[in-house]
Design a protein. Structure first.
Length: 316
């Protein structure tokens, strides 16, 4: 029986120097039934000629520059696969990434909206870390299912775009990417998917994320205020997705939003206010960081709950 089609979508903007590496990692997947769609979001370099050189091995489209979320949604509308997977044009996958994730999702069915893997993060100076370690995600299993993804995603950033495989039906059910968001749009999508049910996961580092390219995300990570404002916007959107009956989750997100508001206020004061107000803001920000560190060590802080299989009633 033929394996279900997976649609891989690569949005790109002026990354001709890294685009071939990303495309090659998709074309080299061991999974046999893939379609690759590249959305050129208004590039002004030689991206078009590079894409043309691949002939019928890929599908590609050019559009007026509209941002990464819009480019990904364009690709999703063109896709015909049962599964969707997104790859940034400066990153790449291990050859068995899709095969491993499809197997996991086919075992669970559509009650599990998506699955993710770990990623190796490579900085320009050569230093390396992993996305799970940065997020403070400690899985008790090498492979299985997160049974509380909404609590995990509500309280920390977990790399999503490059590491996820998503049922197309789930992606459409939550409305795809929010095109108003230019930063952390993947976290916004991740939370909406987390509200649908448990997630599959594999602890292997099946993705390589390179921070050598100065795109929107990498630049924002180096600007504390810019990143804090983006986090504040995303957390405030998360609140809208939680039903009133989920009081514990609402309380948790509300606390995270309060912390985000304080962080934005402090960082704004440090940048724009008088010396005395900057000094006060630095003290307040240091106190917030200390409080957050203590919170994350408490037993009540959400940890990842893992299961090797999904029992009846889990995630229902």
């Amino acid at each position: 029986m033929q394996k279900p089609l997976v649609s891989v979508i690569i949005p790109t903007y002026n990354r001709s120097s890294t685009l071939c590496r990303a495309i090659r990692s998709v074309l080299n997947q061991t999974y046999p039934n893939l379609e690759l769609i590249v959305v050129d979001d208004g590039s002004t370099d030689d991206t078009a000629s590079i894409l043309g050189s691949y002939g019928e091995r890929i599908r590609w489209i050019s559009q007026q520059q509209s941002g990464p979320s819009a480019a990904r949604n364009t690709g999703a509308r063109l896709a015909t696969g049962k599964f969707l997977s997104f790859l940034d044009s400066d990153d790449c996958w291990e050859s068995d990434k899709i095969a491993i994730q499809v197997d996991l999702l086919l075992r669970s069915g559509e009650q599990v909206p998506c699955c993710i893997c770990d990623a190796l993060i490579i900085d320009p100076d050569g230093s390396q870390t992993t996305s799970f370690s940065v997020a403070g995600v400690d899985c008790s299993l090498e492979r299985g299912y997160w049974t509380n993804p909404e609590l995990v995603i509500a309280t920390r950033f977990v790399l999503f775009n490059q590491v996820a495989l998503i049922w197309r039906s789930a992606f459409e059910a939550v409305g795809g990417f929010c095109e108003d968001l230019k930063l952390l749009e993947d976290h916004d999508l991740a939370f909406r998917l987390a509200c649908l049910g448990p997630w599959g996961f594999d602890e292997r580092q099946l993705v390589k994320k390179y921070n050598e390219t100065l795109g929107i995300g990498v630049t924002a990570m180096r600007d504390q205020l810019c990143h804090a404002i983006a986090w504040q916007q995303v957390i405030s959107r998360c609140v809208r997705w939680v039903p009133d009956s989920e009081r514990a989750l609402l309380s948790l997100i509300s606390r995270c939003l309060l912390e985000a508001n304080i962080e934005v206020l402090c960082l704004t004061s440090i940048r724009d206010c008088t010396q005395v107000k900057r000094w006060v803001a630095r003290l307040r920000l240091a106190a917030l960081r200390f409080h957050q560190k203590l919170n994350r060590r408490r037993l009540c802080w959400p940890r990842v709950k893992c299961a090797p299989t999904l029992l009846p009633g889990i995630g229902a």
